[in-house]
Design a protein around this ligand. Structure first.
Ligand code: SMO
Length: 761
């Protein structure tokens, strides 16, 4: 089987469907005759609700139902959304205020759901929303990223949700005390609005005893438990489905208020109900990403070796705690705190701050881009301050012996950072940079080269489920527990099964996203899918081979141990029978062995994997306009073994695009009243194809020991590397002008202003 299954650049079979408008997204499959739901949202960032009068809306034409939090409570629903807290440094717990499904007494951000209106048509629902009378006493909005200000939750009077830490504070102090040099840098990580191509949406139907909620998520399993809890149903009476999904990026992994309300509306009305977010509505209510600021310090000895690392991070949580974990921006941050460097001691302190803004949550990388951004910016700054080449400084401090356990307790199993970096140095033609810079300068442009050497720590849920079913038509179905959001799972996992069983690819039907069809799974997130799903598929294949071998031994008249599966066929010495997997399944069906036709397996991989790599960005800045253009971009990744290098490269391209967007143009702006000023694509600049450079991509694999295929997750890596690579390139371009600090996004306005200032100086 070794000759199959690795490194095949098979094109995505689902793309024909997607590109010709035949994708089946949640809004395409809402039941005929479903009522339309519209969410009435808070118009202000902070207020105490006086009265909420929905009586006129209830009487409006076409309106079937209006739900407020009182209606949900009266129906016995649990309106508190799931959240977890972190222990504070002083041993107390982080604040644990309620996030209600619909506003309860207070309004805490613009766009917060207040009442759901359900009507025959969307226009009628929207018209009825105009009739809702919401009286409130407005409070000052707290939008600055600092403690203090008007209290948002009684549980956190100074708006500080938590103050946690990790590492060894005293040992780090001591390291700094004996350092030859200390380098400091404040690093801002701007808030981004995720803007998945497909907005959030759902529909729900109630058959009198069971609820079916379809939504465009990153998996069905968390929502199943949460909806059962909220609605007071047995989990067996909850079916959750995810159809085709047009991009999630962490944002769609959360459970959102609309889903609970729409499900309840369907139950109350006994009719299907649908809801779909509009773009501005999504910008106000989809969980945002990043939004933190870090003071970072590195202590060095005389030989430029790092003695200690210390950070103090302040995170904007928005108005509520994340459902994944209160310190969402720094939870996985801690796992790669020290990056690829051998740092003997480190300390991180993190404060979480509530503000009257949309909630911040997981976004492509969920903490790891944030951590790598900080360490790679401060490493670059350190090289400048110490007067040493940034590549050299990294090489001096790289972890070189594996396995290596970091100060935060992660064990990097394998890696070869110098080899990966050298490959990237060659691919990026670093040696030719000085000449390219001179050429740019001759045209009056500034040119900079920036490096980011990242590492990730991959694994959300280590366990995954799969079911393989042999069907009467002579083919097979694979049911996966992961969930494609557009990454190509349909191709990858069907092909993987095909390669390991010899079942022809076109005889395999791929099924995902239905909690009724397989018992459990983990969904997509944290770059976990390929490692976990491939692993459990191998486990299922092993079970099938064993089961079929025992069955065939009888048919062949040999001992069970004598049957082997080899080169797509079962064989045994002394038998002319050499059936394929599909032929064996057909034979089993003929003999009434139904037990051999369905294989359900749940298995977990043993350890995390640590993808790593080097990104080199080269940018040119036009002094007259302040426009920064990425003119050259090089990536060399260690993703371990790849099962489809083409799709992995596609993941990197998309990831880099998201990183460049954050670095160059995406700017989320709230005014002092907490109104989102960048709430349309007129004001919020997403990168376009035109903004993307050509990316030179290659791999330098060091197979992981954490999973049987030796793979390392690749879904988020592009974003992790891009932020610091571009930022360090911009810093490199501006350094000769004496500009020492500039934060993302590097918009023309920001750079032009800085360059104007530099000219006058
Ligand atoms: S930010 Mo992701 O879906 O782990």
């Amino acid at each position: 089987m070794e000759k199959f299954g690795k490194s095949q650049a098979m094109k995505r079979s689902e793309d024909v469907r997607f590109l010709t408008g035949h994708g089946r997204y949640v809004d395409d499959i809402a039941p005929e005759g479903a009522l339309h739901a519209y969410m009435f949202r808070s118009p202000v960032a902070h207020a105490v609700i006086g009265t909420l009068d929905v009586s006129a809306a209830r009487e409006a034409e076409g309106v079937a139902l209006v739900l407020t939090v009182d209606d949900l409570l009266a129906a016995g629903m649990d309106v508190r959304m799931a959240a977890t807290v972190v222990p504070n440094r002083d041993g107390t717990q982080g604040a644990d205020p309620e996030r209600p499904v619909l506003a309860r007494g207070r309004l805490r951000h613009v766009g917060e759901p207040v009442a759901l209106i359900v009507a025959e048509t969307m226009q009628q629902a929207k018209d009825a929303a105009e009739l809702i009378e919401l009286d409130y006493d407005e409070l000052p909005a707290h939008v600055e990223l600092c403690a203090g200000g008007e209290t948002i939750h009684a549980e956190a009077p100074d708006n500080r949700a938590f103050d946690w830490g990790m590492g060894d504070e005293a040992a780090t102090e001591e390291a700094f005390a004996r350092a030859a040099r200390v380098v400091r840098l404040e690093v801002g990580d701007n808030r981004v609005i995720v803007n998945a191509m497909e907005g959030r949406g759902c529909f729900a139907e109630w058959d009198g005893s069971r609820i079916h909620l379809a939504f465009n998520g990153q998996g069905v399993w968390d929502m199943k438990g949460e909806l059962a809890q909220a609605m007071g149903l047995d989990e067996a009476d909850v079916r959750i489905t995810n159809p085709d999904v047009g991009g999630g990026f962490g944002m769609k992994a959360a459970s959102y208020p609309e889903y609970f309300c729409v499900a309840q509306a369907a139950r109350v009305l006994g009719r299907p109900v649908r809801w779909y977010s509009e773009r501005t509505e999504g910008m106000l209510s989809d969980h945002a990403g990043r939004d933190l600021v870090t003071m970072a310090e590195l202590a060095f000895d005389e030989g430029h070796r790092i003695l200690g690392y210390r950070i103090h991070t302040i995170c904007n949580l928005g108005a509520y705690n994340s459902g994944f974990g209160q310190p969402i921006q720094t939870l996985l941050f801690a796992k790669v705190l020290t990056g690829t460097y051998d740092i003997p001691t480190a300390w991180m302190r993190v404060e979480g701050i509530y503000t009257n803004t949309t909630q911040v949550d997981a976004y492509r990388g969920a903490g790891r881009p944030e951590a790598i951004y900080v360490i790679e910016r401060v490493m670059d700054r350190a090289a400048r301050d110490l007067g040493i080449d940034p590549i050299e400084l990294r090489k001096i401090n790289f972890v070189k012996e594996f396995p290596y356990t970091t100060v935060t307790g992660e064990t990097y199993d394998v890696g070869d950072f110098p080899r990966v970096l050298d490959h990237a140095i060659a691919d990026a033609d670093v040696a030719g940079f000085a000449a390219r810079r001179a050429a740019s300068e001759a045209e009056g442009k500034l040119r900079g080269l920036g490096l980011c050497f990242y590492i990730e720590s991959i694994l959300g849920d280590p366990s995954e489920g799969v079911k393989v079913e042999f069907t009467e038509d002579g083919g097979a179905r694979i049911y996966v527990g992961t969930q494609s959001n557009g990454q190509g799972h349909e191709t990858v996992f069907a092909k993987f099964l095909s390669d390991h069983t010899g079942i022809p690819f076109d005889k395999i039907v791929f099924v995902q996203g239905d909690s009724d069809l397989i018992a459990q799974g983990g969904g997509t997130g944290g770059s976990r899918s390929v490692t976990t799903q491939a692993n459990v598929t191998l486990t299922a294949v092993a079970a099938m081979v064993e089961g079929f071998s025992a069955f065939l031994a009888e048919e062949m008249g040999v001992e069970p141990g004598e049957v082997r599966f080899d080169d797509e066929r079962f064989r045994a010495e002394g038998s002319n029978l050499t059936p394929t997997m599909l032929e064996t399944a057909a034979l089993a069906r003929e003999k009434g062995r139904e037990d051999l036709l369905t294989w359900s397996v749940r298995d977990k991989i043993q350890a995390r994997s640590y993808p790593n790599g080097a990104h080199f960005a080269e940018i040119e800045i036009d002094r007259e306009t302040g426009v920064a253009e990425v003119v050259k971009y090089t990536v060399v990744d260690d993703f371990g073994n790849l099962i489809n290098p083409m799709l992995a490269e596609g993941q990197v391209h998309g990831g880099v695009a998201q990183g460049l967007g954050q670095a160059l143009c995406e700017q989320t702006v709230f005014d002092e009243d907490g109104q989102l000023l960048s709430a349309t694509f007129m004001d919020y600049a997403l990168p376009r194809a035109y903004d993307m450079p050509w990316i030179k991509f290659d791999v330098e694999p060091v197979p992981s020991t954490g999973n049987p295929m030796g793979m390392k997750g690749c879904g988020e890596a592009g974003t992790v590397g891009a932020l610091a690579a571009v930022s360090n390139a911009v810093q490199d371009a501006l350094w000769p002008l004496g500009i020492r600090q500039v934060d993302m996004p590097f918009t023309p306005m920001r750079l032009w202003s800085l360059l104007g200032g530099a000219k006058q100086a």
